[in-house]
Ligand binder design. Structure first.
Ligand code: HXC
Length: 507
């Protein structure tokens, strides 16, 4: 028996790679595939499968550089005590390139994750399609894409880019729910050399598709970390807010924070003057359990803030306007987030302080009509509990599209200083009474009079409350306890979907 055991051990040691390989990877400022797996999973809980898979040897160059396991570690283990599947590409084996068997391993692990209802995490570090395996590797990518689509909305899928991710390889991450990148990673459809020859444009890898560019400019990356370690700890944190699959609830954590806690600081945090900015994240921190908030897309489209937190132990998704950036105008960033919350049974809490959509040609040319429609579609389609709190402004289209009663918002609240109207007072007076103001003996005084009349008549929460368009006007300090009580009653909400094959989501 000992001979057999020795042989198995030798094979596994070969698959694990050499110290030299690990040093080469460390020199690039990156961890090895095994070190990444060790950071992602609870200590000692990971179980590798397909360790002994090999590529076919009849490929071009006779499989030079190949190794047992074919350049990707796959398997399952525990993250915060729950089962998760993962694939980690090994950049020290043929550049982490993806051939037929490498792809088979990933697809097998993805299918298991789908069958057993577990999240799937892909740790990418690869030179893309393995050139020696030609069309076999392209076929492998296509099977991965298909598995991504099949799993979409059923199990959480997370892509972590820790090195290169180029060419069509970017589309598997693009199909997943969340993308993490490090400062030392990059994603692009075509590299700098192709850009130079086709577009005559000189650009570095970092400028073209570095982690920072995708976290700030394109919005492709939901999270940016300085290195592998920080990134993988963040992945663990995100998983702590997600259910294992769409038929289970996100993990409940018994709160230490008092559900009835008052938040008197909110009266100071939000200035009554509607033109004064503030950081809505301070409002979120004041309301949620222990002030803990995991922001998604922190560096991109900062006029809206989205992310996960807990209220009385239950996971909620927060969508908030950010008055500190572009006055908190609406952005479509929230659309994808709302759909994720809906797919994974996460109630949505909308905090409104919004003057409307951003006006102008760049917005119209950029398709604000299409994009705004997508946001409405996402809110309307969502069957999870939808709670809303108006902190200050709620004007025009902005009122309608963000979780309003018309879109079947469940329980909606406003602070007493809230302004719900078609538009702000000055704009409304200018449109309705332009001639009257012009011809008045003292136009300034008349305009001020009309503005104050408008404020009194329309620009407050009481008209909406009188029509039942909001459910109550509350004191800011009661925000946490009111939202928690509303969450408790709506957690048993039932779906009200009209049967159809599927809707046609706006472009
Ligand atoms: C086979 C590859 C490979 C690939 C790298 N290697 N990429 N082998 N297929 N795609 C091998 C190298 O030959 C080398 O082998 C080892 O991996 C390490 O590569 P280096 O170049 O020395 O490493 P580094 O300097 O760190 O550069 C990494 C890299 C570069 C930037 C990823 O290797 C690179 O540009 N590779 C090609 C990227 C690419 O164009 N891929 C195809 C994209 S198109 P030795 O034996 O010397 O150690 C695509 C289509 C997908 O993916 C379509 C899906 C629909």
């Amino acid at each position: 028996m000992q001979d057999y055991i020795d042989r198995l051990r030798a094979l596994k040691a070969e698959a694990a790679g050499s110290v030299k390989d690990a040093e080469a990877q460390h020199k690039r400022g990156r961890l090895t595939a095994q070190e990444r797996i060790d950071l992602l999973f609870d200590p000692g809980s990971f179980n590798e499968i397909d360790t002994l898979v090999m590529p076919r040897y009849d490929s071009y160059m006779g499989g030079k550089g190949s190794r047992l396991g074919d350049g990707v570690i796959t398997g399952f283990g525990l993250v915060h005590g729950r089962q998760v599947f993962a694939a980690a590409q090994d950049a020290t084996v043929m550049g982490g390139s993806l051939g037929e068997m490498h792809a088979n391993k990933i697809v097998k692990a993805m299918n298991m994750a789908l069958s057993y209802g577990c999240p799937f995490v892909a740790l990418n570090d690869s030179g893309g399609a393995r050139i020696q395996e030609g069309v076999d590797s392209l076929g492998g990518y296509a099977r991965i894409f298909d598995a991504n689509c099949e799993s979409s909305g059923v199990i959480p899928q997370i892509s972590v880019i820790l090195g290169p991710c180029a060419g069509g390889a970017v589309y598997s991450p693009g199909l997943t729910d969340f993308i993490f990148m490090t400062e030392n990673s990059y994603m692009f459809i075509t590299g700098p050399e192709v850009v130079k020859s086709v577009m005559q444009e000189n650009v570095s890898q970092e400028e073209l598709g570095g982690g920072r560019i995708h976290a700030t400019e394109s919005g492709v990356a939901h999270f940016l970390s300085s290195d592998d370690r920080e990134c993988l700890l963040k992945v663990r944190e995100l998983l702590s807010y997600l259910p294992s699959n769409n038929q289970s609830d996100p993990p409940y954590i018994a709160p230490r924070d008092d559900p009835e806690r008052r938040c008197p600081e909110l009266e100071q945090l939000v200035p009554v003057d509607p033109h004064k900015p503030y950081d809505v994240r301070t409002v979120i921190a004041s309301i949620v359990d222990d002030g803990r908030f995991l922001e998604i897309h922190e560096l991109w489209a900062q006029n809206m803030v989205v992310g996960f937190a807990r209220l009385d132990g239950f996971v909620v998704g927060l969508v908030a306007n950010q008055p500190m950036s572009l006055a908190g105008t609406i952005d479509i960033k929230a659309t994808h987030f709302i759909r994720i919350c809906d797919a994974y049974n996460i109630p949505i809490i909308t905090l409104q302080d919004v003057p409307g959509f951003l006006p102008g040609t760049s917005q119209e040319y950029g398709g604000i009509i299409r994009n705004g429609a997508r946001l409405i579609y996402a809110y309307s389609e969502a069957t999870v509990p939808k709670l809303m709190l108006i902190l200050r402004k709620s004007y025009g289209g902005a009122y309608c599209v963000m979780s309003s009663k018309g879109l079947r918002g469940d329980l909606l609240y406003a602070w007493p200083n809230a302004e719900l109207a078609v538009m702000g007072a000055a704009g409304a007076v200018n449109i309705l009474f332009r001639n009257e103001v012009k011809s008045a003996a003292d136009p300034k005084a008349r305009s001020a009079e009309l503005v104050s009349e408008y404020q009194e008549k329309f620009n407050n929460p009481y008209v909406a409350a009188a029509r039942g368009l909001i459910d109550d006007v509350i004191e800011p300090r009661d925000s946490r306890r009111v939202l928690i009580r509303a969450l408790h009653v709506t957690l048993t909400k039932r779906d009200r979907h009209v049967p159809k094959k599927h809707g046609i989501s706006p472009m």
